[in-house]
Design a binder for this molecule. Sequence first.
Ligand code: ATP
Ligand code: MG
Length: 264
Amino acid sequence: MIPINHPRRESLLIRERLVDGVREGYVALQGLIAHGRGECFDYLIGETTINEALNAERAAVAALLLARNPVISVNGNTAALVPRDIVELAELVGAKVEVNLFYRTREREELIARILRENGAREVLGVGDDASCVIPELFSERRRVSCRGIYVADTILVPLEDGDRTEALRKMGKTVIAIDLNPLSRTARAASITIVDNVVRAVPNMVRIARELKAKPREELEGIVRDFNNDENLRKVLMYISRRLAELAQNHIVLEFPKDANYL
Ligand code: ATP
Ligand code: MG
């Protein structure tokens, strides 16, 4: 039980969801480590959606709405954290949903597909024999994709992707949208649009933005995509973090503890 007034309650509840996912067999142990790396960067940006993230989220939704064949790729962590929002976003932008795992097992695929269906997905690609097309130049199990999904997609949203696959998908000529809290990762650098935000904030934001942009004319969406520059945006994220750290260092806030307390 996490006390209701615990200062890190939200973050601890998210961890619980991932731990449950491991117990239920669809989150990989490595997913817990990946999440920890994300948490660290989230601390640095202040656990909030910064302007640069919001701009990337807008550009990403516009790109998904403009795509002929958009696909949202789902792994264990994403299924544990934002299953309903993923399905809702897919519905709003007309994207297919595909299970894609670094540590692929039939059981894990089926479990994730079931979670997505329980959250309203009508069709889930990438399970079993459906994942029989191969992304060239990749050696992990992540190279296996659906021939009706990621393989033929023009635009792919990949929350929590790894660098190798992002690069391989870009080489295939696809627009890759990544959600990654680490602005320095290879994924962040290789993606066409990088959203430096926690998936638990980014995907619900994108649902909201999709509702708003859905009714806009194509020219306006094209303008939003055209005005977005990923390298520039990542530079601004790094500037934001360094400014924030400098300010924190200046204010040098020391936590006061009661004198008689016994802290170990
Ligand atoms: P790369 O291969 O791209 O250089 P990596 O090897 O660091 O990256 P992985 O460990 O494969 O990446 O994947 C974890 C990535 O996902 C990390 O960069 C981490 O910041 C990010 N991440 C983890 N949890 C979240 C989350 N909840 N929201 C957003 N990003 C997250
Ligand atoms: Mg990696």
